[in-house]
Design a protein around this ligand. Sequence first.
Ligand SMILES: [Zn+2]
Length: 421
Amino acid sequence: MSVFSIWKRTLTAENTVVEGVRIDENEQCVVVSVRPDARRRQRCGRCGRPAPWFDAGRGRRRWRDLDHGVMRVFLEADAPRVDCRRHGVTVTAVPWARHGAGHTYAFDQQAAWMASECSKSATAQLMRTSWRTVGAIVERVVADRDRAVDRLAGLTRIGIDEISHRKGQKYMTVVVDHETAKVVWMADGHGKDVLDRFFDDLGKQRTARLTHISADGAAWIAQVLAERAAGAVRVMDPFHVIAWATDALDVERRASWNRARRQAADPDTARALKDSRFALWKNEADLTDRQAAKLTWIAATDPRLHRAWRLKEALRAVFTLAKTRPTAALSALDRWIGWARRCRIDGFVDLQRRIRRHHQAIRAALTTGMSNGLIESTNTKTRLIIRRGFGFHTADAIIALVMLTLASDRPTLPGRQPATE
Ligand SMILES: [Zn+2]
């Protein structure tokens, strides 16, 4: 077997002829001279159709390929131009790389795999490229993969969430399929216009097939849903309701702390209340011994704050009960509303009003048995990925990274079969 055919075998490129291999001493890299084979020559880079020759273009070009041993590898070839009937003068297509890309398919594929599996710095270091370049690669890999996929087909139960990033100044809108917990649509920005765009993309027919839509309690969401998807049941996201209760509790904790601080005689109580935040936030079942002791202490020294904590825990219990006994959860919710109405703690009196305002959507959350845990974990993952995508050049690259990881099966490594389990 000749050296050229060994090189040909190590490349994942199809329809490619290896003409030579050399070391570029200046660049300290391996340069593999290649050309498309006879069947792939002289095709338009945009549509792939055969087209008449135009000129030699800008001469030889290089594409970064996967490393060989410790050295970087570049494929090098002529890049002539053709005159396509549809696209005019265009650089010819090459079988080893996407049109306009400076990296081979194999390089793109490995960078995309790493971006979805590894940290930002591990990806950039191992691929010897910038995180920004990884962003551009992820964008073109996802665009290619999704060209023939209709993620909005067959949806019946969806969840809409707005995810804030850059310290709450900017938002992205994410739509998740409740059946699969996959992200099906995403856009930069939030508000009525963005959500309208989603329903435009979805179209009337597919919108008519939606049975349930979960979202937070924002008035504008309710308004858009009433206008665009009146046939679907609006369902409140339980984790938003729990978050309201946690916020109400935190207001109460701070008020208690300020009261204790003002009574100058009581600096220890003030300090202890200040550190009690985590004990008050956590699920009762997840408390450490120290946190449980802190709650016992709060019960003895600040019965009002302890009552607020019990209200929050009781509301959480309503949603836990719904998983096994939805009907019982409905009456538990009404008992909770009665309790909160009479509790004389302003934050929770307000919260019960808010819950009554969204009564129908919350009741729907208790009875439809939608897999909110799955959606919540998808949202948590989306937040993490958005944060990882910060170094990218554009919001589109951040969105592509989310879609790469959470819209379908994760990418595979080049030259490997997808795992069969
Ligand atoms: Zn063309």
